[in-house]
Structures are given as C-alpha cells and as structure tokens.
Ligand binder design. Structure first.
Ligand code: 5GP
Ligand code: MN
Length: 335
C-alpha cells in the first residue's frame, strides 16, 4: 500500500470522535459485508466512538451470523437515516466497489457529502471520484486489503476474533472457498493469521455454505436439471430463472448466490451466466475462467461490470430477449 496514502489515512483518523461512515455496494456479498464490518470492528476496538455502517439494501441470509451485523443501517429500509449519516460524515470508507453508481439510491448523497471519501477495493477500472484510493485488482478480496490497511496503520493487535471472522468471511466468499482468485501465497498467509486469531474455519464454512433451506437446495436442483442450457461450440453454459420459477421455490434473498458457479464446473465450459427475472429488469451474473473477460462483456453489453472472471449486469428486456442477446454475442465471437 502506498505509504503516502497510509500517512494521509493516519492523519485523517487522528480525531477519534469524528463521524465516520463505512459504505459498501448494493446487493452486498460476503466480501462487501466482511470488509465493512471488519473495518468497523477494527475502528471500534481502536477507540473510535462515532461509527456507522451502511448497506444500500439487505444482505443474504448465509451472512446472518457475522459480527456487528446489528449495527448495519440498511438504506432501502431507512433511507433518511442513511442519507443523514453520509451527509454528516467527515470520512466515508467506500469498500468493495469502484464507482459511486454502485450504491444505488445513495449515489447522490455519497457524491454530495463533504466527507473525505476513501476507496478500498479490488475491482478493475475504478472511477476517479474518490479523494483517496487504495485500488488493487490483484488481491483476492477487499477484506484482504482491509487486513493490509490495518497492518500498515500498525493496528494488527486490534484484530480480535470478531474482526478476524469478518475478514475471513470476505476472503473465503470472494475466492469461492479458495477455488478462484486464490493464486497468491499472501492470501493464505493472511487466512492463516486470521485462523491463529481464533477463526474456526470449519465452522464458518458450514455457516456460509451448508445452511441451505430445503427450498434453496431444491431450487438449485431445478436450475441444473430444468434451466441449464449448454452451448458447447462456445464453451459456455447459462441458467435462466423466471419470477414464477423463483416463486415456486419461495425464493429468499441470497438463494441464487453461487448457482452460476455450477455451470462453470462443467467440463470445457469457460464462460457461465445466470439470468434472473426481476420486477423491471433481468439481473445477470457472469463467471469465466482464464483470459475470458466477463467484466468487458458486462460493461459493453449488459450495463454492468465487475472483475475479469466474475461480473454482473442488468438488462431491461424480457428473459428471452436477454438470453437471445447473450447467445448472439457469443456466436458473433464478441467475448
Ligand atoms: P455477482 O454475480 O456475484 O452478483 O457479482 C459478481 C461481481 O460483479 C462482483 O464483484 C460484483 O461487485 C460485480 N457486479 C455485479 N453486478 C454489477 C453491476 O451491475 N455493475 C458493476 N459495475 N459490477 C457488478
Ligand atoms: Mn470483493
């Protein structure tokens, strides 16, 4: 991490009673929540007295164990409170996203706040709208960057078991339990330190991955047996789910998390997509292996973005039109 930036953060953090906000991206995942609550815990244990964590909307149920979740202000349930926090904050930590458009309804409040905006993130192509940026695309997760930041601030002794659990959750979910974005030895060194600090890795794995509801498990089975389409010529596979499909399995927030990865597990498939019908758009998840760049695919054709091998987007047509567009893009070799 850039030492000049670290000194600036140290300076900015000299007043322990100033209002500090931590915000993450919409549809927060394990890394969004883990990095935000890890940062929250670190600052809390370091003596900061006026801390707030905001998520634009709610988070999946497999994260309902994460320390300090009760402190989160969920903006779409409490928009006025979230806006007030942002406008009154002197520092805003912006974690796990690369542009202000990623906080949905809070975009204007974030932009207009006079607070110093500090970006800490690992997505490519961050926008230049932040006052201070720690943007490193080679790291596994934002949680790993938060560990680095804490260490650079000389605060490693402030990482207790709870902070460690938050950061571990971020690393483990953004690497699919150490199966992608996991080729750097340092990721494992940090994970090892977090385990030494009290993380029960086996237990957290069960909490995150092995607490499916029966409906969620049946929905997964349905996706694979009834809704999976394979395009062998293109080395691609996708799953599409209508609102009626979701209703049939009493869909809850987070139930489709990870479904797209199953399509990636098929032999010779290097690009996978999941299309989900929402009220006024189709929500899309993309995954790829190696050099296939789904960040570009999402940016260029589906109003989104993300990482080279994991990205998402939206499309404002029906499910059929959206998947047709996807198939055409692949057939035309535009990926
Ligand atoms: P997921 O498929 O799990 O929803 O998202 C995969 C990755 O793409 C995550 O890193 C997420 O932050 C990013 N992502 C998902 N949706 C969008 C989007 O609409 N815009 C941008 N810029 N990134 C997205
Ligand atoms: Mn992340």
């Amino acid at each position: 991490m850039d030492p000049a930036n670290i000194s600036k953060v140290k300076q900015l953090l000299s007043d322990k009673d100033q209002p500090i906000a931590i915000i993450t991206h919409t549809n927060p995942d394990g890394d969004a929540l883990g990095s935000s609550l890890g940062m929250y815990g670190f600052l809390l244990l370091s003596g900061f007295t006026n801390l707030r964590v905001i998520t634009p909307n709610t988070y999946p149920s497999f994260l309902r164990w994460i320390p300090w979740q009760e402190k989160i202000i969920i903006a779409d349930q409490n928009p006025e409170a979230a806006r007030k926090i942002l406008s009154g904050a002197s520092i805003i930590f912006c974690l796990d996203f690369n542009g202000m458009g990623r906080v949905n309804g809070l975009e204007n409040s974030l932009r207009q706040s006079s607070g110093t905006k500090i970006l800490i993130d690992h997505h490519p192509q961050p926008t230049g709208e932040f006052d201070l940026m720690f943007s490193e695309t080679r790291v596994s997760s934002t949680a790993e960057l938060i560990y680095d930041l804490i260490a650079a601030l000389g605060g490693e002794n402030m990482i207790d078991r709870r902070v460690a659990e938050c950061l571990y959750a971020g690393i483990v979910t953004d690497t699919g339990s150490f199966s992608y974005a996991c080729n750097e030895p340092k990721t494992y060194e940090i994970a090892a330190r977090l385990i030494a600090l009290g993380v029960d890795a086996e237990h957290l794995h069960r909490l995150i991955y092995d607490t499916y509801s029966v409906n969620r498990m049946r929905l997964l089975g349905f996706c694979l047996s009834e809704r999976l389409k394979v395009l062998p010529q293109q080395g691609a596979a996708y799953i599409s789910l209508s609102a009626a499909d979701l209703e049939r399995f009493n869909h809850q927030e987070g139930d489709t998390e990870g479904v797209v990865n199953y399509a990636m597990s098929i032999e010779n498939i290097h690009l996978a997509a999941l299309f989900i019908e929402k009220d006024d758009h189709i929500k899309i998840s993309f995954r790829s292996a190696g050099k296939v760049d789904v960040n570009l695919l999402a940016r260029n054709y589906f109003n989104g973005g993300g990482h080279r091998n994991a990205a998402g987007g939206k499309y404002f047509e029906n499910l059929m039109e959206t998947t047709k567009r996807f198939e055409n893009i692949l057939r035309n070799g535009q990926v």
